[in-house]
Design a protein around this ligand. Structure first.
Ligand code: MG
Length: 248
């Protein structure tokens, strides 16, 4: 179900979104060779709880940690571990949500660990750019498909692949609300975008294939082992255009 928010509800969401954005920033600052993914998880968790918020992903669908941390060929839902040590040349995706005042927030970014290859720089640049183009397309009166189409066009024009099995979503009192926001599709399809909608737009982009599979622990990986990136913002639709809420 699509739940349109009142202005005062969006003001409340801005607070949880700010916390998630700062937590993601702090996680990113801590990323370097030799650090474990559990260390990164704890940094984000400590910040979120210090602000009186709750990590949105903790216990969500049984997820055992506060943030999702996915390395290299892992697409999403990676579980932080004290046994996973970041290596020079890795890429690491961190997905952070925070719940405060009755509202969730959701944002993600993929970070380089030390120096990375040109191909991986390209992957990160294109994925982030596709997110920004998707956001730009989120204008009142257009359809959800306009976002999807903008993301897909950007990614495929660069010779990369969008993941189709996982999609963006509405976000608010629930972490996942309608509408689904696929990263592929026809600009004339999907729900009409109206002021007050709050969406998590989140392209997941692979180098070698769109196909993914899920490991027994729930981590989603690329089928061919190629690397994957993920960038996400929570935005609010307004008559003046899309507003990114997960900024710090
Ligand atoms: Mg999300």
């Amino acid at each position: 179900m699509i739940i349109v928010k009142k202005d005062e509800e969006i003001e409340l969401m801005k607070k949880s979104c700010y916390i998630a954005a700062v937590a993601l920033f702090k996680a990113g600052e801590a990323i370097k060779p030799g650090v474990t993914t559990q260390h990164i998880n704890k940094i984000a968790e400590a910040y979120i709880t210090s602000k009186g918020a709750i990590p949105s992903f903790l216990n969500y669908g049984g997820f055992p940690a506060s943030v999702c941390i996915s390395i290299n060929n892992e697409v999403v839902h990676g579980i932080p571990s004290s046994n996973r040590v970041l290596q020079e040349g890795d890429i690491v995706s961190v997905d952070v949500g925070a719940f405060l005042n009755g509202f969730h927030s959701d944002n993600a970014a993929t970070f380089a660990v030390g120096r990375i290859s040109k191909d991986l720089e390209h992957l990160l640049d294109v994925t982030q750019n596709s997110l920004m183009l998707g956001i730009k397309a989120a204008v009142v009166g257009a359809r959800v498909g306009a976002i999807s189409h903008a993301v897909q066009t950007c990614v495929e024009s660069e010779g990369l692949y969008v993941v189709k099995d996982y999609v963006g979503h509405g976000v608010g009192r629930n972490l996942h609300e309608g509408p689904e926001v696929p990263n592929f599709g026809n600009p004339e399809h999907g729900a009409r975008l109206v002021s007050g909608m709050t969406l998590a737009i989140e392209p997941m982009v692979n180098i070698g294939t769109e196909e993914v599979q899920t490991q027994s622990n729930g981590t989603v990986v690329t089928k061919d082992g190629s690397y994957s990136a993920h960038f996400e913002h929570t935005i609010a639709l307004t008559e003046d255009g899309p507003q990114i809420l997960t900024l710090c």
